[in-house]
Design a protein around this ligand. Structure first.
Ligand SMILES: Cc1cc2nc3c(=O)[nH]c(=O)nc-3n(C[C@H](O)[C@H](O)[C@H](O)COP(=O)(O)O)c2cc1C
Length: 535
C-alpha cells in the first residue's frame, strides 16, 4: 500500500469497465504514423547502429528488421510532448489537466482467459533473451539492456500488485541484472520476501501503450496498482495469467518475460547512461532469472531511451517531466490562489527545473509558488515563477520575463539542506544517499509596487483579429474628421482606438486631423498614450 501524494481527495474507485481494445501499443504506432510522428525502417539494420539512429531521430522510429533478432524494434514513442498529446488525445497545453483528470479515478482490472500476448508461449531453454533486439544504448554501458520493462510483482504477504519500470542488463540467455538500488516498492517487497525466505516472482511487460508506462510512475493509495493503469486508460485492464509464475499481466501486451529475482545486492550492475544525461556508477544488485516468455506472434519489442546528449527527447526525461509537473501542480495549487500552468523542460532531466505561471492576486504569490515547488514531492532544483501573460513553454519568452521582471537581490530564494536524488553529479562528494542539495527559486512575476502598464507586452495592433478596415478610403472633408475625433476625447482614446472607431479612414487622415487639433490647442496626450481634451 502506498501513500497517495495527490492534493485533496483520494481518487474515486469505480466499477470495472469492459476493455475496448484501444490501448494497444500497435494501435498507438498507427496513430503516430498517421500524425507523421513515425519513421519506419524497412531495410535490415545492425544492433550496433540503432542507438545512434534512435538518438538522432526527432520522431518515433520502427526498425522492421533487426539482424540476428526475430522481433522489430520500436523506439522514441514517449519521447515528445506531441506524442503524449496523441496518447492522451488532447492538445499539448492540456496534458497536465488531462493527467490530473485521469489520476482522479481507479478502475479495477478484469480477468480474461486468453489474449494476444499468449499467442507464443516459450518455457525453459526455448525462452531466450538473446532473440530480443536489446541493444547497447551508450558507449560505456556494461552490456545491452532491456529498458522499457514494466515490472509486475506482488507483496509477499498481502498479495497486492505493484507495478514499475526497471532496466534489465543482459548477462546471458536467461539471466539479467535488475536495478533496484533506489528506494521503491519493488525494492521493499523483494527485501521482505527475502526476510521471509520466499521466492520472489516477477514478470516484465515489454511493449505497452504509453499511458500504461506513465501509470507506473504515479503514487496512489491502492492495493492493486492495475487500478491506476485502468484509471489512466478509462477502462479495465484485461489481465491474463502467466505460464510459469503466479502473476497476471495485461493480455494486450506485446512481450512478457517471466521469472524470479535471486540473491542479495551482490552482483555488479552497470554502469548505465543515466537520466541525468551522464553515466551513473555501477551498483550492486540482485539477479533476474528467466523462466518463460509469452508474446504475440508478430510482437513489437519496445525500448525506452535514457540519458545522452539529447536529453530533451529521451523517453525517460519526457515521462518524468509529466510526473514532475503533476507533483508541482499539487503543491503549488495549495500555496497560491490562481496557478495557471506548470511546465518541466525535459532538457533539464525532467526532474530538476520547473516553470510556473500564475495570476498574482496578492504580493508574495510568486515567492509562495517557487517555495511550494522547491518543497514539493518532486525533485525540483530550480523553480521559476512568471505571470500568466508569459508562455512558459517558450524558452525565449521565459528568458525575457527573467530579464525584465526579476531582481536578483529581492526575487531570489535559495534553500540548502533539502532532499535530493544522489545521482546528481553537481553534488559534493558523498557516500550512498547521504547528501542534500541546495535549491533556487526565481520569482520573475511583475513587481506589485509599479503600475501594470510598465510590464505590458507591446503587441502589434489588431493582434487578436484583423481590423475592420475593408472600405478604407481617403477622406474628402478633413474638418469633419477633426470634429468627430474631438468628440471622442472625453473617453481618453489611444491612437489605436481611433483606428478602430474610424475603420474607413486612412491612418494618414487621422494623423492630419490630430495635427489640426494640436494646432488649435484642443488636445493633449498623457504619459500612457491617451488623448484628452484641453480645458
Ligand atoms: C524508462 C524508465 C526506466 C526506469 N528504470 C528504473 C530502474 O532501472 N531502476 C529504478 O529503481 N527505477 C527505474 N525507473 C523509475 C521507477 O520505475 C519508478 O520510480 C517507479 O515509480 C517505481 O515503482 P515502485 O515504487 O512501485 O516499485 C525507471 C523509470 C522509467 C520511466
Amino acid at each position: 500500500m502506498r501513500a497517495y501524494e495527490g492534493a485533496g481527495a483520494r481518487p474515486s474507485k469505480g466499477n470495472s469497465i469492459a476493455p475496448s481494445g484501444t490501448y494497444e501499443l500497435r494501435k498507438f504506432v498507427q496513430q503516430l504514423e498517421t500524425a507523421g510522428e513515425l519513421e519506419r525502417w524497412r531495410d535490415p539494420v545492425s544492433l550496433r547502429d540503432v542507438a545512434r539512429m534512435i538518438e538522432s531521430s526527432e520522431k518515433a522510429i520502427l526498425f522492421e528488421r533487426v539482424r540476428g533478432c526475430h522481433l522489430p524494434l520500436l523506439a522514441n514513442t514517449m519521447a515528445s510532448r506531441r506524442r503524449w498529446a496523441l496518447a492522451f488525445d488532447v492538445p499539448e497545453d492540456q496534458l497536465l489537466d488531462e493527467l490530473r483528470r485521469r489520476m482522479g479515478r481507479l478502475i479495477p482490472p478484469v480477468r480474461v482467459a486468453d489474449g494476444p500476448v499468449r499467442e507464443v508461449l516459450l518455457v525453459g531453454d526455448r525462452a531466450d533473451l538473446t532473440e530480443l533486439p536489446a541493444y547497447l544504448q551508450h558507449e560505456y554501458d556494461g552490456a545491452p539492456y532491456i529498458s522499457a520493462a514494466l515490472d509486475v510483482s506482488k507483496h509477499p504477504e498481502t498479495g497486492c500488485y505493484n507495478i514499475g519500470v526497471r532496466r534489465l542488463m543482459l548477462r546471458g540467455p536467461r539471466e539479467t541484472g535488475i536495478d533496484v538500488v533506489s528506494p521503491s516498492d519493488l525494492r521493499a517487497y523483494y527485501r521482505r520476501a527475502r526476510e521471509l525466505g520466499r521466492r520472489f516472482e516477477i514478470a516484465f511487460v515489454i511493449g505497452a501503450h504509453p499511458l500504461d508506462y506513465l501509470a507506473t510512475q504515479m503514487k496512489v493509495e491502492t492495493d492493486d496498482e492495475f487500478e491506476i493503469m485502468g484509471g489512466f486508460r478509462g477502462e479495465s485492464v484485461p489481465l491474463v495469467r502467466c505460464q510459469t509464475v503466479d502473476l497476471e499481466v495485461p493480455a494486450d501486451a506485446e512481450v512478457v518475460l517471466e521469472g524470479y529475482l535471486e540473491g542479495d545486492w551482490t552482483e555488479v550492475e552497470g554502469p548505465f547512461g543515466e537520466y541525468t544525461g551522464c553515466y551513473g556508477a555501477a551498483h550492486f544488485n540482485p539477479v533476474f532469472r528467466l523462466t518463460g516468455i509469452m508474446r504475440r506472434r508478430d510482437a513489437i519489442f519496445e525500448t525506452a531511451t535514457i540519458g545522452g546528449a539529447r536529453l530533451h527527447h529521451t523517453d525517460t526525461a519526457v515521462i518524468t517531466a509529466l510526473r514532475t509537473e503533476l507533483l508541482v501542480w499539487e503543491s503549488v495549487s495549495r500555496a497560491v490562489a490562481e496557478p495557471r500552468a506548470v511546465y518541466c523542460p525535459p532538457a533539464a532531466t525532467g526532474l530538476h527545473h520547473v516553470r510556473i505561471s500564475l495570476r498574482v492576486r496578492d504580493p508574495g504569490d510568486g515567492r509562495n509558488a517557487v517555495i511550494a515547488a522547491l518543497g514539493s514531492n518532486a525533485e525540483v532544483k530550480l523553480a521559476i515563477a512568471v505571470d500568466d501573460d508569459i508562455d512558459i513553454y517558450d524558452d525565449k519568452v521565459v528568458e525575457w520575463a527573467i530579464a525584465t521582471r526579476y531582481q536578483a537581490d529581492t526575487d531570489t530564494v535559495i534553500i540548502g539542506g533539502l532532499r535530493t536524488f544522489p545521482l546528481d553529479p553537481s553534488l559534493p562528494p558523498h557516500e550512498g544517499s547521504k547528501v542534500t542539495t541546495a535549491k533556487l527559486g526565481i520569482d520573475a512575476t511583475r513587481r506589485w509596487d509599479k503600475p501594470a502598464h510598465v510590464f505590458a507586452i507591446p503587441r502589434p495592433p489588431f493582434s487578436d483579429a484583423p481590423s475592420r478596415s475593408v472600405n478604407e478610403r481617403q477622406c474628402e472633408d478633413l474638418e469633419d474628421v477633426v470634429q468627430r475625433m474631438a468628440a471622442t476625447l472625453v473617453d481618453g482614446p489611444r491612437f489605436v482606438d481611433w483606428l478602430t472607431m474610424f475603420p474607413t479612414l486612412h491612418q494618414a487622415d487621422l494623423v492630419r486631423a490630430l495635427g489640426v487639433l494640436r494646432q488649435r490647442g484642443l488636445v493633449r496626450m498623457d504619459t500612457e498614450g491617451r488623448y484628452w481634451p484641453v480645458g
